[in-house]
Design a protein around this ligand. Structure first.
Ligand SMILES: [Zn+2]
Length: 511
C-alpha cells in the first residue's frame, strides 16, 4: 500500500477586499518571524539535536535514539512559553510582538517544527563541511520564506463554507488570520471549479467515514485491559480510500494582472491510500495476455495509443500535434526575429517574456492534456500497464532546418518527456504502472512480417516483396511496442548485438 498525494488549486478572487489581502500578507510575515525566532532559539541549543533517549527495541534490547520531533517541540515550548508550570522561560517568546505570542497553537507548532528542521539540517551540513576540510562555501542558515498552512483549528473547511454558501455570488473558505490586531476568522473568496467541488464534497464524506471508523475502533478498545495495539487491518480501515483533503496552504505568485502584482491561491493537498501494484514483469509472468496500452509519442501525432487485450488490438486513439507544433514554431520565429532586430541580448534580462510564457503554457497544457487522455484511455480498457518507448538523450535533427525550426524540434522532443512524466504520475494514482522499452527499430520493422520497412515522413512501407503493407509510422511504432512488451519483437540480424535488450529484461523471458 502507498499514499498518493495530489493538489487541488483554488484561486483567490482578484477583487478580494484589500483588508483581507493585508491580513494574508501580515500573517505570512508573522509566521516567518515566528520561524526566525525559533531558528535563533535552536541555534542557541544545538546540543539538543545530539540528545539521546534510551528506548526498548522489539527484541527487548535497550538502545538509544535521537529526540523525535515531538520531544524537540516540547523542549522548545517549555523554554519559550510562559505557563503556570514554567513561569520564567529562558528564551521567552513574550519579548516578541503580541501577535506572535497569541498565534494559534497549530501555527506556532508548525513554525517550531519548521525551524527545528531547518536548523538541524544546517548544523549537520556545517559539521560535514568542517569535517571535510572546509571545502567550498560555508553552509548558510538563511531566512525562512514559508507559505502559511492552515491546520484543523484554523480553518472552517469544507464543512462550513464550501457547500453551504454556494448560492451567494462567491464561495468562501474561512481561515484564521491576523487581521485588525487580532487573530480572527477571515472569509477568503475562492474560485472553486466543478471538479474541485465534487472532490471536496467526496472528501467530506470520506472524512466522516474515517471519523466514525476511528471512533468505533477506539470504543471497542476502550474496555480492553491491558491496552491492545491497533492491528494492520484496523489501520487500513481508517486510511483514506477516496481522495481526502489535508491542511491547505496559501501561496503567492507574481502576476501583473492582479492588484500589487500578487496573485493568491489556496493549495489543498489531497491524499489517498492505494494498493501498490506488483512489478510489471511479475504481472506479465502470471498473466501474459493481460490488458496493456502502448503509446508511441511523436511530433506530428503527439500520441498514438493502442489497447491490447488477449494479445489483440482492440482500440486505437490518435492525438494530433501538428497544430501545436506549427503554432510553437511561429512563436519561436517571432522571438528570433525580434532578437535579431534588437541586437545583442543583455545578460540576466529575460527577453520576449510574454512570448516565452505563452510557449511554456502551450507545451505545459498539451503535456497535461495528452497525459490525461492516455491515462483515461488505459483506465477505460482496464489496462494495468502503459508501455512507452525509452526516450534517449536529445539529438538534433540531421535535416536542414532554420534556427527556430531547430529550437522547435528540441522543444517537441522535450514535450515527450513531459508527457511521460505526467502519465507516470496520473497513472499511478489509478494503480497503473508505466514502463519504458528499448526504442531501437520500433518504427522501422514491419509488425506483421518482421522485415525492415522504409519510413518516408509519416508513412511506413514494408520492403518485403511478398507483403504489400503501408501504414502510419507512429501506428507501426505503437504495434511494435506491444511486441517489445510481450518479447516477440525480432531485431534485424545485422546489428542484433547492439540492440539486444538489456540482460535483465532478457532474463525475464525465461520466467
Ligand atoms: Zn511486412
Amino acid at each position: 500500500m502507498a499514499t498518493v498525494i495530489k493538489t487541488i488549486k483554488l484561486g483567490i478572487h482578484k477583487e478580494m477586499n484589500p483588508g483581507k489581502r493585508k491580513a494574508i500578507l501580515d500573517t505570512l510575515t508573522l509566521y516567518n518571524q515566528a520561524i526566525a525566532f525559533y531558528m535563533d532559539f535552536f541555534v542557541g541549543h544545538l546540543a539538543i539535536f545530539d540528545e539521546k533517549e534510551p528506548y526498548q527495541k522489539k527484541d527487548g534490547v535497550i538502545g538509544e535514539r535521537p529526540w523525535n520531533a515531538q520531544e524537540i517541540l516540547t523542549f522548545a515550548e517549555i523554554h519559550t512559553l510562559e505557563t503556570r508550570a514554567h513561569p520564567h522561560p529562558i528564551w521567552p517568546l513574550i519579548e516578541t510582538s503580541p501577535s506572535i505570542r497569541t498565534m494559534p497553537t497549530s501555527l506556532r507548532r508548525a513554525a517550531i517544527n519548521h525551524a527545528s528542521g531547518k536548523v538541524k539540517s544546517w548544523s549537520s551540513s556545517l559539521k560535514n563541511w568542517e569535517a571535510t576540510g572546509e571545502n567550498g562555501r560555508r553552509p548558510q542558515l538563511g531566512f525562512p520564506n514559508e507559505p502559511i498552512t492552515f491546520y484543523a483549528d484554523m480553518i472552517q473547511h469544507p464543512d462550513f463554507d464550501l457547500l453551504a454558501r454556494t448560492e451567494v455570488r462567491h464561495t468562501f473558505i474561512s481561515v484564521k488570520l491576523w487581521s485588525e490586531d487580532k487573530w480572527q476568522s477571515v472569509a477568503l473568496p475562492v474560485v472553486v471549479h466543478d471538479k474541485a467541488r465534487v472532490e471536496l464534497a467526496q472528501s467530506q464524506i470520506e472524512q466522516a467515514r474515517i471519523r466514525t471508523e476511528t471512533a468505533k475502533i477506539k470504543a471497542a478498545k476502550a474496555t480492553k485491559e491491558p491496552k491492545e495495539p491497533w492491528s494492520d487491518e484496523e489501520r487500513a480501515r481508517v486510511r483514506p480510500h477516496l481522495w481526502c483533503a489535508q491542511s491547505p496552504s496559501i501561496y503567492i505568485r507574481k502576476d501583473k494582472q492582479y492588484p500589487d502584482n500578487q496573485r493568491f491561491s489556496i493549495h489543498i493537498p489531497m491524499e489517498i491510500w492505494i494498493k501498490t501494484p506488483k512489478k510489471a514483469e511479475v504481472q506479465r509472468a502470471t498473466h501474459p495476455d493481460m490488458p496493456v496500452v502502448t503509446v508511441d509519442l511523436g511530433v506530428n501525432r503527439l500520441a498514438v495509443m493502442g489497447a491490447f487485450i488477449d494479445s489483440q488490438l482492440v482500440a486505437t486513439k490518435f492525438v494530433r500535434g501538428g497544430e501545436l507544433n506549427h503554432h510553437r514554431h511561429q512563436m519561436l520565429a517571432v522571438i528570433n526575429r525580434k532578437r535579431q532586430q534588437s541586437g545583442r541580448l543583455q545578460p540576466d534580462v529575460q527577453d520576449n517574456a510574454s512570448l516565452w510564457e505563452k510557449i511554456r503554457n502551450l507545451d505545459d497544457n498539451a503535456a497535461r492534456q495528452v497525459a490525461s487522455q492516455i491515462v483515461e484511455f488505459a483506465r477505460v480498457r482496464g489496462a494495468q500497464v502503459i508501455v512507452f518507448e525509452y526516450l534517449r538523450q536529445y539529438r538534433p535533427s540531421k535535416e536542414k532546418m532554420s534556427l527556430s525550426g531547430r529550437k522547435n524540434h528540441k522543444r517537441g522532443y522535450w514535450l515527450r518527456g513531459q508527457i511521460v512524466k505526467w502519465v507516470r504520475d496520473l497513472a499511478f494514482r489509478e494503480g497503473i504502472l508505466t514502463v519504458e522499452r528499448n526504442p531501437a527499430y520500433t518504427s522501422q520493422m514491419c509488425p506483421h512480417c518482421r522485415t525492415l520497412g522504409e519510413r518516408k515522413r509519416h508513412r511506413f512501407t514494408c520492403q518485403n516483396p511478398d507483403h504489400v503493407y503501408q501504414a502510419d509510422a507512429d501506428f507501426v511504432g505503437m504495434m511494435n511496442l506491444y511486441k517489445k512488451w510481450n518479447k516477440t519483437f525480432v531485431y534485424p540480424r545485422k546489428s542484433k548485438k547492439a540492440d539486444e535488450p538489456k540482460p535483465v529484461t532478457a532474463a525475464a523471458v525465461a520466467v
